[in-house]
Design a protein around this ligand. Structure first.
Ligand code: IPE
Ligand code: IPE
Ligand code: MG
Length: 250
């Protein structure tokens, strides 16, 4: 059942919501259409959710758009996804500017086709001073690659500065990740009924609330997004403590 906006407690919003947008292919198949048609329809849901998130006051929205593993798909699909990205970023740029939304990207952008990377970097550059919400696209993203890279960069700094290894804490380690400066997501949503993480934000979701819905991504509407937030707001986040301890401090 979809719950309306009025049921959301605006005082208790997550700062950061991350979404694994899944089910485009199955959605297309159900209508006897090629998979690419599903991806195109998925853009509508991206627009809808971005708007909903900004409207209610979410500060960071991260969307998993393409995983490093997705390169293994048929090249016709990969090419279509890369073109769709260019097209979407270009088309939506004015709306992002008008709505004061900053575009950002995580993942290994260096491996993207030139056209895709250029469109993306242009979008990022042109919205960099926007303050209402940051829309983070995870592109050619792999959490393990990100963590490994962070460890390598940190090791380099240690070698250079002669810093002691036992001085490094989790916060310092986080600063080597591509999400540096972005708070960890309090809520992670995955559509399409799959209940797995698929190499997304492994470090950052250590204490995230997970929300799985059978809705296929192209069908995901504002109301589904609100339902996920309401579900999140009804949970007790204990961070290892007891329920009694949490109730005492809240
Ligand atoms: C998610 O939908 C979009 C991307 C991974 C780019 P899928 O394309 O994975 O759709 P299903 O899982 O095959 O239905
Ligand atoms: C995860 O979806 C990646 C994105 C949503 C971009 P997949 O559909 O690729 O995940 P798996 O392979 O089914 O786990
Ligand atoms: Mg999938």
């Amino acid at each position: 059942m979809e719950l309306p906006l009025s049921n959301i407690n605006l005082e208790k919003l997550p700062h950061h919501i991350a979404i694994i947008m899944d089910g485009n292919g199955r959605w297309a198949k159900l209508q006897g259409k090629p998979r690419v048609f599903g991806h195109k329809s998925g853009v509508t849901a991206v627009r809808e959710v971005t708007e909903a998130a900004a409207e209610i006051g979410i500060k960071y929205l991260t969307l998993y758009a393409f995983s490093t593993e997705n390169w293994s798909r048929p090249s016709i699909e990969v090419n279509a996804l890369m073109s769709l990205l260019v097209e979407t970023v270009r088309k939506e740029l004015d709306t992002l500017k008008k709505n004061n939304i900053r575009l950002f990207a995580i993942g290994d952008l260096s491996q993207l086709p030139d056209k895709t990377r250029k469109a993306l970097l242009e979008g990022i550059e042109k919205t960099k001073y926007n303050t209402r919400m940051t829309l983070v696209l995870a592109l050619n993203y792999s959490a393990r690659f990100e963590i490994l890279n962070a460890a390598k960069k940190m090791a380099e700094t240690i070698n250079k500065d002669g810093k002691r290894v036992d001085e490094i804490g989790t916060e310092e380690f986080s600063s080597y990740l591509t999400t540096n400066g972005i708070p960890d997501p309090e809520l992670l949503i995955r559509t399409s009924g799959e209940q797995r993480i698929s190499n997304f934000l492994l470090w950052q979701i250590a204490y995230s609330e997970l929300y799985f819905t059978p809705v296929l991504w192209p069908d995901f509407k504002k109301e589904h997004f609100y339902s996920a937030i309401i579900d999140y707001q009804n949970r007790e986040r204990r961070f290892g403590m007891t329920s009694e301890q949490i109730l005492k401090t809240s």
